[in-house]
Design a protein around this ligand. Structure first.
Ligand SMILES: Nc1ncnc2c1ncn2[C@@H]1O[C@H](COP(=O)(O)OP(=O)(O)O)[C@@H](O)[C@H]1O
Ligand SMILES: [Mg+2]
Length: 281
C-alpha cells in the first residue's frame, strides 16, 4: 500500500450513487458516477456543474447523509464511515444553501453559536465564550448588537449566512462543504459571503465550494472539478480548467458568462435603437 500523503484531506474514490425511486415500478437514477477527486488541507476546491449534474449528491455522500452505491471517501486516510458521528462532524461541517432552513425559528440565533462552542469545547467559562463569539462575529463583519438576541426571521439571509460562517469558525473543522452558499442570498451580499469563505481558508480550513457559477468558481477556487451528467469531465488547477478549458461542456459553461473585459459593441446597440425608431409609438 502506498504511504498516505499527509497533505490530502479528502480522497473521493470512484464514487457512484444510484437512486432507486418509484412506487409500482422501480426507476434507477444516476446521482453521480465514478467520481474521483482530492481535496488537500486548506485549499478551496470548486465543484462546478449545471443543475442536475450530481453536485449535491456528492456533497451529501461526503456529509454521510447516505451511503454510496459503490466507491469510497477517505478523510485523512480513513473511510468516512469509520469515524464516530461526533468526531466526524467536528472535522466536516456544512454551510447550507438556504440559511433560513439552518436555524430553528423558536430560538434566538445566539443558540447556534453557543452550541457550536459547546460542541468543540465542552467546558468554557462564560466570559471566554463571549470573547470567542465577539471575535468570530467581528471576522465575518457582523455587528453583535444587530444580531445577538434576535430571532432568525429578524435577520437577512446574508446575515444568517455570515452567522453560519462564524459558527464554522468556532467549530474549526478541517473541511467545510458549502453547497451553493450564495444562491439564496441577495446579490448585494454575495461577494461578502464569498470573501468570508476566505476567512475560513485563512484558518487552514479546506472548502468544497459547490456552484453552477463559473465566475464564482474562478474567483474563489484553487482547484476546479467540473461535473456533467453525474460524471467528472475535467479537473485541475482552477486557472487552467476555467480559463483554458479543453472539454466542450466547460467551454459552453464559460461562454454563458458575461465577458466583463470585452468592449461593448455600440454599433449593435445603435442597430437596436434604429429598429425602435421604426416602431409606431
Ligand atoms: N433523492 C433523490 N432521489 C432520486 N433522484 C435524485 C435524488 N436526488 C437527486 N436525484 C437525481 O440525481 C441527479 C443529480 O442531482 P443533484 O445531485 O441534486 O444535482 P445538482 O446538485 O448538481 O443539481 C439528478 O438527476 C436528480 O434528479
Ligand atoms: Mg444541488
Amino acid at each position: 500500500m502506498p504511504s498516505p500523503n499527509a497533505a490530502v484531506l479528502l480522497d473521493v474514490r470512484r464514487l457512484t450513487k444510484i437512486y432507486t425511486t418509484g412506487f409500482l415500478k422501480t426507476v434507477s437514477v444516476v446521482g453521480c458516477q465514478d467520481v474521483s477527486f482530492l481535496v488537500e488541507r486548506g485549499e478551496i476546491v470548486a465543484l462546478l456543474g449545471e443543475s442536475g449534474s450530481g453536485k449535491t449528491t456528492v456533497a451529501n455522500l461526503i456529509l454521510r447523509i447516505f451511503r454510496p452505491t459503490s466507491g469510497e471517501i477517505l478523510l485523512a486516510g480513513k473511510d468516512v464511515f469509520s469515524y464516530p458521528p461526533r468526531v466526524y462532524y467536528a472535522k466536516v461541517q456544512q454551510i447550507f444553501q438556504d440559511p433560513y432552513a439552518a436555524f430553528n425559528y423558536f430560538y434566538r440565533v445566539d443558540r447556534v453559536l453557543h452550541r457550536a462552542l459547546t460542541f468543540k469545547h465542552q467546558r468554557l467559562a462564560s466570559a471566554e465564550r463571549r470573547e470567542r463569539i465577539m471575535e468570530v462575529l467581528d471576522i465575518v463583519g457582523l455587528n453583535p448588537s444587530e444580531v445577538l438576541g434576535r430571532y432568525p426571521h429578524q435577520l437577512s439571509g446574508g446575515q444568517l449566512q455570515r452567522l453560519l460562517i462564524a459558527r464554522a469558525l468556532l467549530i474549526e473543522p478541517d473541511l467545510v462543504v458549502a453547497d451553493e452558499p450564495t444562491s439564496m442570498i441577495d446579490a448585494s451580499s454575495r461577494a461578502g459571503i464569498l470573501n468570508h469563505l476566505f476567512d475560513l481558508k485563512d484558518r487552514g480550513i479546506a472548502i468544497l465550494f459547490i456552484t453552477h457559477d463559473v465566475g464564482q468558481a474562478a474567483y474563489i477556487a484553487d482547484k476546479a472539478v467540473v461535473m456533467h451528467k453525474g460524471k467528472v469531465v475535467e479537473q485541475g488547477p482552477a486557472s487552467q480548467v476555467l480559463f483554458s478549458p479543453t472539454h466542450p461542456y466547460v467551454q459552453r459553461l464559460l461562454s454563458d458568462v458575461p465577458k466583463l473585459r470585452e468592449k461593448w459593441d455600440f454599433s449593435r446597440e445603435l442597430e437596436g435603437a434604429a429598429l425602435f425608431k421604426d416602431q409606431p409609438r
